[in-house]
Design a protein around this ligand. Structure first.
Ligand code: FAD
Ligand code: SIN
Length: 553
């Protein structure tokens, strides 16, 4: 990058993120344009890489597109965009078939993939590679990306903010256009300028202390988009996975829902199986219900975890079916074929995000979004297990194709005067921000901890008005504190920018959750415990300069 030390890098299509959405978008875009793909750390580090359960797809003989659509919409608790769901389910079939053709070595049984069961699916429709489906998927996509000449990959490149012509466009009453990003490379702020930009930066689990997400998931893309004027929707809907590992010294680690799909039972510290008490589907109840039930049992027994028990299955089956879980827990002295697995709920997935249509267009010209950072409305108020990787493949492909078409439209007029003007304005604006960066700042770490603590306390599995108002006040205080730290230029570090981003997304989640005075899907308000279809069959839109507002479905 920048061999001559110039602060700019130019490309046709810029893709930010190397999860399934970004990688798939890069492959699609490269069929029509030159692509630069940047990623925060290494190509392999992403939520996608750690995906365990699998990909939901209609390939089994007893399955239908209509059934998968119904299951998705039922899980979404009335807020799914049905057109987006139909597209995901039907276009998902060729997308998964193509992944298999490209060499994804999923588990097979005879002439068909071996389908597994997950909660709230009416059929066995999850294709998988043991419990390492994400790794297999990214391996195949990364190999293909690296073999594609038109894709240039920049690792360890941290996107800060979107470059836009907001000042000019707003003065003229025109739509704001995005021209790429500012990014940190080897401690320098650079401009990466693009005719079209795709945000594929994944999730935000790390704003919570207990999460299944890796370190990179600090919500950077949500925050950068919000600051640039993007419309954000459904931000109150954070999914908590019922079973993350709770073991002294072990890192955040998911215990896949597929363990329950294969017969795993949940029991409390007293040895009582409890899920039947909460839902007729027991351990395979919708994810939000299992998470709340686990939490409830932890409170009732005053114990910091519950247990998952798969020991009734043959040891050989367990180790073969769940090799990653088996190996990881073994490192901490636990053999899942004989021991109970201590688990507790953790933040897992963001249903909301940057508002896009099914062509992945945002409200900024030239800016596209796909994967977990985007919100087409495909998940509604709660995501059905294993629908996320499917979404990434389908909407990643659409984003790549559409962004490349948009980028090429500029070339027809040899870069229009307007593009050139906007490009320059965006660059000038951003270069004012150019400064040397340094690392390590402990007070920033303290702010991160405070954000996580208050969100966990009041904006997690169970919420109420009083707690949400308290967290909002605390986040506003932290914002002021952070502004003071931020005012010192030498304090600008990646860690600080991540903290700003965490604070921005924490505010979006809290404000939206406070506004929705009902319970629906993953959003549970103890002070308004029922679903209110009369007043709340709507979505909440939040933008940087306005309070949250209710919009029709
Ligand atoms: P990610 O895969 O998270 O990729 C985001 C990329 O953006 C990363 O490369 C990241 O480094 C990069 N990035 C972020 N910020 C910046 C920045 N500032 N600058 C540059 N780059 C940046 N879903 C399923 O469907 N099936 C499953 O079995 C499943 N299991 C899961 C298990 C775990 C442990 C987790 C955490 C999630 C699981 N999910 C599963 C959810 C699913 O994996 C994710 O929602 C999906 O992979 C998101 O893909 P993505 O491409 O949108 O984002
Ligand atoms: C899991 O394997 O439990 C995660 C599946 C998902 O989040 O879709």
């Amino acid at each position: 990058m920048n061999p001559e030390g110039h602060p700019n890098w130019d490309t046709d299509v810029l893709i930010i993120g190397s999860g399934a959405a970004g990688l798939r978008a890069a492959l699609a875009a490269s069929e029509h344009a030159n692509v630069t793909l940047i990623t925060k750390t290494t190509l392999t580090e992403s939520n996608t890489h750690y995906a365990q359960g699998g990909i939901a797809v209609v390939m089994n003989l007893d399955d239908t597109i209509a059934l998968h659509i119904k299951d998705t919409c039922d899980a979404g608790a009335g807020l799914c965009d049905v057109e987006a769901v139909e597209m995901m389910v039907s276009e998902g079939i060729p997308r998964v078939a193509e992944l298999l053709e490209w060499g994804a070595n999923f588990d097979w049984e005879g002439t068909l993939p071996r389908f597994t069961q997950e909660a709230a699916h009416s059929r066995r429709r999850i294709v998988h590679k043991g419990d390492a489906t994400g790794r297999e998927t990214t391996d195949v996509l990364i190999q293909r990306v690296l073999n594609t000449e038109r894709i240039h990959v920049l690792q360890n490149t941290f996107a800060i903010d979107l470059l836009t012509d907001a000042d000019i466009a707003k003065a003229r009453g025109e739509t704001v256009t995005c021209y790429g990003v500012t990014a940190i490379v080897e401690g320098e702020v650079v401009c990466i300028r693009a005719r079209a930009t795709i945000l594929a930066t994944g999730g935000l689990g790390r704003v919570y202390p207990c999460t299944s997400n890796p370190k990179v998931a600090t919500g950077d893309g949500f925050a950068a988009a919000w600051r640039a004027g993007c419309e954000m929707v459904d931000m109150e809907f954070v999914q908590f996975h019922p079973t993350t590992l709770y073991l002294d010294g072990a890192p955040n680690f998911l215990i896949s829902e597929a363990v329950r799909g294969e017969g795993g039972k949940l029991i409390n510290i007293r040895g009582e199986r409890f899920m039947e008490k909460y839902h007729e589907k027991g351990e395979l109840a919708p994810r939000d219900i299992v998470s709340r039930s686990n939490q409830k049992e932890m409170e009732l027994t005053a114990f910091p975890c519950v247990y998952l028990d798969i020991t009734h299955k043959p040891a050989e089956f367990i180790h073969e079916r769940f090799p990653t879980i088996s190996d990881t827990t073994r490192r901490y002295g636990l053999d899942i074929s004989v021991d109970l697995i201590p688990v507790r709920p953790g933040a897992h997935f963001m249903m909301g995000g940057i508002r896009t249509n099914t062509d992945t267009e945002t409200n900024l010209k030239g800016l596209y979004a796909c994967g977990e950072v985007a919100c087409t409305g495909v998940h509604g108020a709660n995501r059905l297990a294993s629908n996320s990787l499917l979404e990434c493949l389908v909407y990643g492909t659409r984003a790549g194709t559409n962004a490349a078409t948009f980028a090429n439209s500029y070339q027809s007029s040899v870069i229009s005067a307007q593009f050139q003007e906007g490009f320059e304005a965006a660059t000038r604006h951003s270069l004012n921000d150019n400064r040397k960066l340094k690392t390590d700042d402990y007070s920033i770490e303290a702010i991160k901890d405070a954000i996580q603590e208050t969100l966990w306390e009041n904006v997690s599995i169970e919420r109420n008005g009083e707690g949400l108002r308290q967290t909002l006040a605390e986040l506003e205080d932290l914002t002021e504190h952070l502004e003071a730290v931020r005012a010192t230029p030498e304090m600008t570090t990646i860690s600080m920018i991540e903290t700003v981003n965490m604070l921005d997304v924490a505010l979006m989640i809290t404000r939206s959750a406070l506004m929705r005075t009902e319970s629906r899907g993953a959003h549970y308000r103890a002070d308004c415990p029922t679903q209110d279809d009369t007043n709340w069959h709507h979505r909440i839109l939040i933008t940087h300069d306005n309070s949250p507002e209710v919009i029709p479905l």
